[in-house]
Design a protein around this ligand. Structure first.
Ligand code: ADP
Ligand code: MG
Length: 138
């Protein structure tokens, strides 16, 4: 199990001014931030990132949303990081997200759900490399 995962504070949460509160909660939960930057993705970039979802009916909606405004990309370190970050995020659908999770507190819908997290160590490494150069990882 790796100690690194990849996260995004999605455009809905940045737009609503929740960036600082989410970063506070990440630090309070014991993560170390190894990489962090504010970016505004093109739709092509979002399509590349979510290529595994290209056959799903919500792909157009998802890539439009992810390129609709700035987001914060994060490389996060903690023991068992992938699971720890998904636990802090909560369920994809905020209606099913547990009390105390980021999606319970900040997500508006299943599509615009405040945060992204990798689903495996392998994808975490791919996703970190998609957004960060070596110099941007400390
Ligand atoms: P997660 O982000 O929890 O890993 P998925 O990998 O299944 O969830 O989906 C990726 C993203 O696609 C979700 O975070 C959400 O933004 C969007 N999404 C998932 N399911 C739906 C849906 N039924 N309708 C609209 N958007 C969705
Ligand atoms: Mg996923």
């Amino acid at each position: 199990m790796s100690n690194l995962t990849f996260g995004i504070i999605k455009p809905d949460a940045v737009r609503k001014g929740h960036t600082g509160k989410i970063i506070d909660k990440i630090l309070a939960d014991g993560f170390r931030i190894r990489g962090m930057k504010l970016i505004h993705q093109t739709i092509k970039n979002a399509e590349g990132f979510y290529a595994v979802h290209s056959e799903r009916p919500f792909f157009g909606e998802l890539t439009e949303f992810m390129s609709s405004g700035p987001c914060v990309v994060l490389a996060l370190e903690k023991e068992n990081a992938v699971k720890a970050w998904r636990d802090l995020m909560g369920a994809t659908n905020p209606a099913e997200a547990a009390e105390g999770t980021l999606r319970k507190e900040f997500a508006g819908s299943i599509g615009e759900n405040a945060v992204h997290g990798s689903d495996s160590d392998e994808n975490a490494a791919i996703e970190i490399a998609y957004f960060f150069s070596k110099l941007e990882l400390v």
